[in-house]
Design a protein around this ligand. Sequence first.
Ligand code: KG4
Ligand code: ZN
Length: 357
Amino acid sequence: MKSFTILGIETSCDETSVALLRVDATKKIPEIELEKHIISSQIDIHAKYGGVIPEVAARSHVPETVSLITSVLEKEHPLESFDAIAVTKGPGLATALRVGIQAAQILAWTSGKPIVGVNHLEGHLASSWLLKENREHWAFPSIALLVSGGHTEIVLMKDFGDYEIIGSTRDDAAGEAFDKSAKLLGLGYPGGPKISKHAETGNRQAYQFPRPMLNDPSLDMSFSGLKTAIRTQIEALKNESSEKNESADLSPALLPDLCASIEEAIVDVLVQKTIRAALQNPVKNILLVGGVSANKHLRESLAHAVKEQLPEVRMLQTDTAFSTDNAAMIAAAGAWHALRDEFDHWETIEANPELDF
Ligand code: KG4
Ligand code: ZN
């Protein structure tokens, strides 16, 4: 397949998303056009529980998946709208993944079109390829800092489909660290955007939160200790205010400095480890992808460090609209497989919640 329209379906966690991506790879730099793209977020549903409830997520995906697919396909001849189907097969929540897979299986069976099961992590890598300016400079080997709610990985991309994880978190993912910190501060879910908003006016040096494993020579990271340090700091601040006979609650006036210092601790580790990875592995580009790549401070800090320390390396940023989970990136990763005629069989494709690279 060199020129085709691919239908992307994403239901691995708390976003239902469907996309139609037109790909023309007859030229050296493939041309792509995102014809349709809808993301329906379940954030409001899960916010009241303080996190994603798998059973609730799966149940919510069912009507949304049907509704989004019918709205992106052409009314008269829906099965003529696409030439191939890409669906997330893992990693993710088992029952949530199955909703998307079953919808894709039925479409593949009724249309006779080929289907490809996409690794959600490869989808995040492909989110960068959606931008024309990135496709123009696409080259291997490259390094990707993949930072999401479930994963924090430094990936050495040797070719399409040939990836090696050269660094990763030993415990919490960076997104999880943002979410858990926000919960301790009484901010809602998801925590990343909330911490980052409060951090805008804060002093990043106000509190020294730990940066575990920063001096460890490996490219691995650890974020779970941050929670204890934040909890201890909050307790100390509350004790200070009760000694002054003030309210026992954490004063909202303290949030900017706390959030800025938390954001700084997480970003500092991510940036330093990524730069170290690129110094050890000569690469052409550094990609920044995954939900946490929407973070402005991370984008700016990594871009600045690359410019200073690796001036010959290019930063390929993702559009923030493609940072968090979406079907455009799944369609793009599906296109990488379709271009090599790598497909699955609709009858045997299965969800793999633990899938990795
Ligand atoms: O990639 P994603 O949508 O889902 C997973 O595959 O996990 O990532 C979601 C994560 C959440 O932890 C959320 O807090 C984080 O991305 N996130 C952010 C920002 N926007 C989303 N973290 C920091 N700053 C942001 N602006
Ligand atoms: Zn994701």
